[in-house]
Write a new protein. Structure first.
Length: 186
């Protein structure tokens, strides 16, 4: 059984993002692949799922964890309303409602005000979440929805993977590449 599981990854793209990194249309396949990893790693009661709460990988992992009876902790870089504006809301989707539902069902923790400046709050939150995972389990696992490239700013998925200090191919880290799910020419 997995005792501590970090879930992180790219946010679902805003419309028109070029090149696409995690389009809304592949969320079903990403969810299915993540669920298969959760099954393989026996995620359930006794597991703590730690994630950042953003639309996409974080919220998918939190929902899957709760559905399997795991405890879920959302580590927010900003107060909930500001975090939702920056990292959850996407017009025409259900991400905001899903976030609000998780705030009611999961344990929410926020980075203290002034802990970091600007976008550095996201990098600081990654470090905090990793520290918490290692405090729960000396050998935590991670599922990341990531294309393997550097992110758009500090605190992205590449930052989290780097902070985990795991070698490429480490069996404790499972990477789901959403760009591999995009049909050619789309």
């Amino acid at each position: 059984m997995t005792r501590a599981l970090i879930v992180s990854g790219h946010m679902v793209d805003r419309p028109g993002r070029e090149p696409p990194r995690f389009p809304q249309r592949v969320t079903g396949e990403v969810t299915a692949r993540m669920d298969a990893v959760f099954e393989e790693w026996d995620v359930g009661p006794g597991t703590v799922v730690l994630c950042g709460g953003a639309r996409g990988a974080d919220l998918i992992g939190a929902e899957l964890g709760l559905g399997r009876g795991a405890s879920v902790r959302l580590y927010l870089a900003l107060p909930p309303a500001e975090f939702a504006r920056r990292s959850v809301d996407l017009p025409g989707t259900s991400w905001h409602a899903r976030f609000e539902d998780l705030l009611r069902r999961a344990e929410m923790r926020s980075l203290p005000a002034g802990a970091a400046e600007g976008d550095e709050v996201f990098a600081r939150t990654n470090a905090w979440m990793i520290d918490e995972a290692f405090a729960l389990d000396p050998d935590p696992r991670a599922v990341v929805v990531w294309d393997g490239r550097a992110g758009d700013g500090p605190g992205g998925t590449s930052d989290l993977v780097s902070r985990l200090s795991r070698e490429p191919g480490d069996p404790r880290v499972r990477v789901i590449d959403p760009t591999a799910l995009i049909a050619p020419g789309h």
